[in-house]
Ligand binder design. Structure first.
Ligand SMILES: Cc1ncc(COP(=O)(O)O)c(C=O)c1O
Length: 296
């Protein structure tokens, strides 16, 4: 599918005609996993990671309506926040480059040279990096200038709207829709787009992720919707954000060997390792149909 978003800079300068056009694999594929460890539970993967190499998964879902809003409000520069390894920083830089916006990334902590691959990619796509101390970062400072500001992780009401569309793409019947949770925007949207009778289940990748329940509810209210058919599991953080354990690493390697799907240990690996543990513990009755979103 080809997506067109009105592009501020292209209009102003008559820049390259293909700015603002991008080929996306939408609806993203839904594939069933055959795995004897699942017993009578059916597992399907919603392969959002295949939507686009630079705008995969929930990144595209969250950015879509924000890019439209930025363009319609006449902005030419996107500004957002993130850590030095942020997928969201990377995707914002890619989206800005493809859709003709300048981009500024406010990065938590000091500059380390050479740049890591995430920041090097962002710079290669034209992003200007502004480093702020960890203390100052807490207030999410916006440097002087006129920007369309995206929050950390890209989660706002328009991101929730984009994520709700994912659920609507699923034509197979399902009972549970799962995703990893970092800031809560993806889960907030999925839970609003559910088919009747289904529930959404988020797996916190953060230690002490209980606060995410308030965040998901807040994001839903901000979007103007509300749903109670969702839950956040907080026990599968594997030590905290970006932490790993031998169990998690073994699960990710084994999943790639069995199914040819490379999970990332920060998000989707934790979700599926947690989900398989729940299946093993008998948390889902036989016949339950689960869709797990591969968010990136
Ligand atoms: C691949 C991937 N999956 C899941 C998430 C978590 O999504 P959210 O921040 O909306 O909870 C992120 C972070 O945005 C991510 O990069």
């Amino acid at each position: 599918m080809q997506i067109l978003i009105p592009c501020h800079r292209a209009k102003k300068t008559g820049a390259a005609a293909n700015l603002g056009r991008v080929e996306l694999l939408l609806p993203s594929p839904l594939v069933e996993i055959a795995d004897e460890r699942l017993g009578g539970v059916r597992l399907l993967l919603k392969r959002d990671d295949l939507i686009h190499p630079e705008l995969p998964g929930n990144k595209w879902r969250k950015l879509k309506y924000n890019l439209e809003a930025a363009a319609s409000q006449g902005h030419d520069t996107l500004l957002t926040f993130g850590g030095a390894y942020s997928n969201h920083i990377r995707a914002t830089a890619a989206a800005g480059h493809r859709f003709g916006f300048g981009t500024v990334g406010v990065i938590r902590g000091e500059e380390h040279l050479p740049l890591n691959p995430v920041l090097a990619f962002a710079v290669s796509r034209g992003m200007r990096l502004e480093y702020v101390s960890r203390t100052a970062y807490r207030d999410k400072p916006v440097p002087p200038g006129r920007f369309y500001v995206l929050p950390e992780g890209g989660s706002n009401a328009l991101a929730v709207r984009g994520c709700a569309e994912l659920a609507a793409e699923i034509t197979e019947p399902y009972d549970v829709l799962c995703c990893p949770v970092g800031t809560g925007g993806t889960l907030a949207g999925l839970a609003l787009g559910l088919r009747a009778g289904a529930r959404a289940m988020g797996f916190s990748v953060l230690k002490g992720g209980g606060f995410l329940r308030d965040e998901v509810a807040r994001l839903q209210r901000e979007h103007g919707g509300e749903s109670s058919a969702w839950a956040v599991r907080t026990e599968f953080h594997f030590g905290g954000y970006a932490r790993r354990t031998p169990e998690l690493d073994a699960f990710v390697a084994d999943f790639a060997a069995r199914h040819g799907v490379r999970l990332d240990p920060v998000y989707t690996g934790k979700m599926l390792c947690g989900l398989y543990t729940m299946v093993r513990r008998g948390c889902f009755p036989p016949g339950t149909r689960i869709v797990a979103v591969i968010t990136g």
